[in-house]
Design a protein around this ligand. Structure first.
Ligand SMILES: C[S@@+](CC[C@H](N)C(=O)[O-])C[C@H]1O[C@@H](n2cnc3c(N)ncnc32)[C@H](O)[C@@H]1O
Ligand code: SF4
Length: 382
């Protein structure tokens, strides 16, 4: 299999408050978190994973959450040490940490940098105080801008996230907010359309008719504004929700989308490990305390460890790769699946204007095809 890098994902599952739209594996602990115990468990899981996949060179490490900016910098350093004890760290390794842009967390930026973090991804979400309050965020727009300014100063690279297609948001408002955001961006920005996730407070409000989000046509208009402004600013979409100057893409997320190998460490983390010619899909127990107990008893917190059939790998390869503007290499699909893509289906999708082939013989989804991505993938994978 073509090497597309090896990434290590570390999941920190705690937040100060639970945002009403979020269905990530994140938990609020009033009594505090025994960080030293968690760090020992992370180190144990890293060791157990390295026993299965020794000799790797780590190209990227990503601390996601939850809110990893709540970790003590010494804990981040200890986890990075554990990674370095078991694998080789590439000289140009990308080490990202997700941070909430509150004042308290920004105060730790220098120490995170000292621990080895060289990229932060800030959850700004909105640059409007009323919208931030409606999203249940605990920071103001001013605090977020201060955190961005500090991130620019401290880290080699930074990015931030915004959520759009929020209740009542008009294209004109979003245009102004996005232009303001871009004036604070460096070379990467993530722009997510608000999704109403199952079993969240937003879903309950939505079902009760108390939360009105833009309908599909209005969301499409907001998405068009997004693409327009980002392209003009030299930050084209390289993935459905991610924009960067060419060369400044998040390399860790590219490992997922290019279907590379990655280890998932921590509660609820997923991995894809290549062992003995097979690709294993791993998933860890989601509940933090249950995960701790599993790791302390078994050395890892896995609740899933399944060798994927070639057909399942091929489906995943399509699902991930077609999110990217660069698309996929049909030859690599054939190697994974053991059979080529169906040329007549491709011809039909090209006829509908949903996919196209590039000069480099890659296959990619067109801008008109992106809103129908799931259907396109399902058709090609059938
Ligand atoms: C793991 S979360 C965030 C990291 C950090 N805890 C924070 O909130 O700033 C990653 C990103 O997913 C996005 N996100 C989470 N839930 C979402 C939803 N329901 N709809 C759209 N975007 C969402 C947010 O932009 C968020 O920053
Ligand atoms: S959006 Fe971020 S801070 Fe809010 S609950 Fe989810 S992970 Fe935690």
């Amino acid at each position: 299999m073509k090497r597309v890098g090896f990434g290590v994902y570390i999941h920190w599952p705690f937040c100060l408050a639970k945002c009403p739209y979020c269905d990530f594996n994140s938990h609020v602990r009033r009594g505090g978190v025994d960080e030293a115990r968690f760090v020992r468990a992370y180190a144990a899981e890293i060791a157990a994973t390295a026993t299965r996949i020794p000799g790797r060179t780590v190209s990227t490490i990503f601390f996601g959450g939850g809110t990893p900016s709540l970790m003590q910098p010494a804990s981040v350093a200890a986890v990075l040490d554990a990674v370095a004890r078991h694998w080789t760290i590439a000289p140009n390794v990308e080490i990202t940490l997700e941070a909430n842009p509150t004042r308290v967390e920004a105060e730790r930026f220098r120490a995170f940098h000292g621990a080895g973090v060289n990229r932060v991804s800030l959850g700004v979400q909105a640059l409007d105080d009323a919208a931030l309050a409606a999203l249940g965020r605990t920071h103001s727009a001013e605090e977020a801008l201060a955190a961005i300014a500090l991130a620019r100063h401290v880290f080699e690279r930074y990015s931030f996230d915004l959520i759009y297609a929020r209740p009542g948001q008009t294209p004109a408002q979003w245009r102004a907010e996005l232009m303001q955001a871009i004036s604070h961006a460096a070379d990467h920005i993530s722009l997510y359309q608000l999704t109403i996730e199952p079993e969240t407070p937003f879903e309950a409000l939505h079902r009760a008719g108390k939360l009105h989000v833009p309908d599909a046509a209005a969301a499409r208009d907001l998405c068009d504004v997004t693409q327009d402004i980002c392209e003009q600013a030299g930050l084209p979409a390289y993935e459905v929700s991610n924009h960067a100057r060419p060369g400044a893409e998040c390399r860790h997320n590219l490992v997922y989308w290019r279907y590379g190998e990655y280890a998932g460490i921590g509660p609820g983390a997923h991995g894809r490990l290549d062992v003995g010619g097979k690709r294993y899909a791993t998933a860890a127990e989601r509940r933090p305390d249950a995960w701790l107990s599993l790791v302390e008893a078994n050395g890892d917190g896995l609740v899933e460890n399944e060798a994927l059939l070639r057909s399942a790998q091929a489906d995943e390869f399509l699902l991930m790769g077609l999110r990217l503007a660069e698309g996929i290499d049909p030859q690599r699909y054939a190697e994974i699946a053991g059979r080529p893509l169906d040329l007549s289906r491709i011809a039909d999708l090209i006829g509908y204007g949903l996919v196209e082939t590039t000069a480099a013989r890659r296959l990619r989804v067109t801008p008109a095809g992106f809103p129908l991505l799931d259907a396109v993938v399902a058709d090609l994978a059938a």
